[in-house]
Design a protein around this ligand. Structure first.
Ligand SMILES: Nc1ncnc2c1ncn2[C@@H]1O[C@H](COP(=O)(O)OP(=O)(O)O)[C@@H](O)[C@H]1O
Ligand SMILES: [Mg+2]
Length: 267
């Protein structure tokens, strides 16, 4: 068991419970999606797993061991990557290569090796040639990919993603989707984008009023509002991700796989 939360409760000082005796697990290389309304505690849950906040009650076990103190979390943080919702929270060096090499250097890797590793990671993410670019001048999508590089260079055993596609253009969303699908590690992805979750996760949980519940397999999650005749009606497509024949579509305007990755509920 990689992640095991047992009866975990949490509230910010003076506030009401954000998490109320939550049980939640991630096993092996499971890919889990997490949905929930704004303010329901999705980011807080990820922060608790990183030790950025500490539970007010309950036990968090990571890689089979309880983690309580800052020293415990320092060890597990090397093995868990968190992609923050806002890439600016993740990037702080003047150039891309410095940002990506920072983690390995911080772990004591020699500078030439750290630079080489950073370069290879950038290449894998399609960011060849970005090494000397000024981080704060990058576009939102580029920043997000560089932020992902700063995490993947550390070779995490599990990856937490906080709304990884929010505000990004379709091309970057598809690229992130492809990167996630190539990763052979467990992931927890917080997102409001159902199609993105359907294509990058296996199961989906939802969080509401402090509780987490199992929603179902991600393949069934294709029950949303989008552009075709059943578009304004929430519906389930009884087919798997690999089969894009859509019985509800009547052939009109239904997106190709990947291209409706940013479909949203109508306002
Ligand atoms: N630093 C903080 N101090 C006090 N309250 C906070 C803080 N961060 C978040 N909250 C509150 O905790 C609740 C959960 O927030 P959050 O985990 O960010 O939700 P989500 O990511 O699902 O939108 C919200 O009511 C939010 O206002
Ligand atoms: Mg959040």
């Amino acid at each position: 068991m990689i992640i095991d939360m047992e009866k975990v409760s949490f509230s910010y000082s003076g506030g009401k419970a954000v998490l109320d005796s939550v049980d939640f697990q991630l096993r092996g290389k499971q890919k889990i999606g997490l949905i929930g309304p704004n303010g329901s505690g999705k980011s807080t849950l990820l922060y608790l797993l990183m030790g950025l906040q500490k539970p007010s009650a309950g036990i968090i076990r990571l890689f089979g061991k309880p983690v309580r103190t800052e020293a415990d979390f320092q060890l597990t943080r090397r093995r868990i990557g968190l992609l923050f919702q806002n890439a600016d929270d993740q990037l702080f060096s003047p150039t891309v290569i410095e940002d990506v090499a920072f983690g390995p250097l911080n772990l004591g890797m020699r500078p030439p090796r750290a630079r080489q590793k950073a370069k290879e990671t950038l290449e894998k993410l399609g960011l060849t040639g970005f090494e000397e670019r000024i981080t704060h001048l990058l576009s939102g999508g580029e920043k997000k990919l560089v932020a992902l590089a700063t995490i993947l260079v550390m070779e995490p055993e599990v990856l937490l993603l906080d709304e990884p596609t929010t505000g990004l253009d379709e091309e970057t969303c598809i690229r992130i989707m492809e990167i996630l699908n190539e990763l052979d590690i467990g992931t927890i992805t917080v997102s409001h984008e159902y199609d993105f979750l359907a294509r990058t996760t296996q199961q989906v949980f939802s969080i509401r009023q402090g509780k987490i519940g199992f929603n179902g397999s991600s393949a069934e999650l294709h029950s949303h509002y989008h552009i075709h005749r059943a578009g304004t009606v929430p519906h389930v497509h009884p087919y798997s991700q690999s089969d894009d024949t859509d019985p509800a579509s009547n052939g009109d305007d239904h997106g190709k796989p990947g291209l409706d990755a940013r479909a949203r509920k109508p306002k």
